[in-house]
Design a protein around this ligand. Structure first.
Ligand code: ADP
Length: 285
């Protein structure tokens, strides 16, 4: 990043964010508008990722580099972590009345995916509506809330979070696979049927009521250039497999979703990095 990277876990800081269709302004440690910034997703491991953003932030170990960092600090710009600013805009206008109007769509869907970029109560209501109709629910608690309503766990068939979200939800930093197993178990105990913790270049950790021994599903080795939106790419792919290949074993769905997401990190941008189906290897279908 702009400066010293955090040394935790696998290590490097990186810029994250800009999910699918999200109005996110990225900043690197600059002033954040009170009330609009939530949450602070810290720089963390990158596993070869973040090249696009890491380079412009390097400074040399010389007096120019020192002066540069000093100047940033003097002007109140943090040099240690990345910050994601979310400008929710129209997202927060979606309300439960809208859900009622869309009840037909929600209740007849193959899978309903929710996250927290709309008002949490509205997300929860959508999950409840889907659940009541026997529709599979996939919940991605992003951006994470430390005081997430516990009902989110019970109404999520699949609870899929990344390391940062897992840390905010459990208080346990996820720096290695053991930590991921631990948070996976904790989240499962809160009442969901299946938990997936995405681990960047390391793939995912999965744990379920049916298979309570956590299982690591590694991602393929790729040369990542921009990992923004990788989580959304993963969740989108998983929703696809749940909807169109519901009989696939979950581990297989996760492995395939890892593949799709690992394609997305090899291109820059968020939505623009998502592959079209026709460009993906045939064995993914
Ligand atoms: P988020 O974008 O929410 O921080 P992750 O960084 O955990 O989510 O990435 C989600 C998924 O994207 C991972 O589980 C993995 O499948 C894929 N992925 C992310 N980074 C890489 C990488 N460097 N190499 C290969 N796959 C990656």
């Amino acid at each position: 990043g702009l400066a010293p990277r955090r040394g935790r876990g696998r290590g490097r800081g990186r810029v994250q964010g800009a999910g699918c269709g999200r109005a996110r302004a990225r900043a690197r440690g600059g002033p954040v508008w009170p009330g609009l910034a939530w949450p602070w997703r810290h720089g963390r491991r990158g596993g070869g990722s973040g090249i696009l953003y890491d380079r412009p932030g390097q400074v040399g170990k010389d007096s120019f580099g020192n002066d540069y960092v000093e100047n940033l600090k003097k002007n109140g710009i943090s040099t240690g972590q990345n910050v994601i600013v979310i400008v929710p805009g129209a997202n927060l206008l979606l309300n439960c009345e809208d859900l009622k109007r869309a009840a037909d769509v929600i209740c007849k869907a193959k899978v309903v995916v929710c996250q927290l970029e709309i008002t949490p109560a509205v997300s929860l209501e959508a999950l409840k509506m889907a659940h009541a109709s026997g529709v599979k629910t996939l919940f991605n608690p992003a951006p994470a809330l430390a005081d997430l309503d516990p009902q989110f766990y019970t109404y999520s068939d699949i609870f899929c979070c990344n390391e940062t979200e897992a840390e905010i939800l459990t208080g346990i930093p996820v720096g290695n696979l053991e930590d991921a197993q631990k948070v996976g178990r904790m989240l499962l105990e809160r009442g969901c049927k299946l938990v997936i913790v995405t681990l960047g270049a390391e793939g995912c950790m999965m744990i379920s009521v049916e298979e309570p021994i956590p299982k690591h599903v590694p991602a393929g080795k790729v040369r990542a250039v921009d990992t923004t939106g990788a989580g959304d790419s993963f969740v989108g792919a998983l929703a696809f497999y749940l909807a169109y290949y519901p009989k696939l074993p979950m581990e297989e769905m996760i492995r395939k979703s890892n593949c799709v997401a690992s394609v997305s990190v090899q291109a820059s941008g968020t939505q623009s990095s998502y592959p079209y189906r026709k460009d993906l290897p045939r064995d993914l279908f």
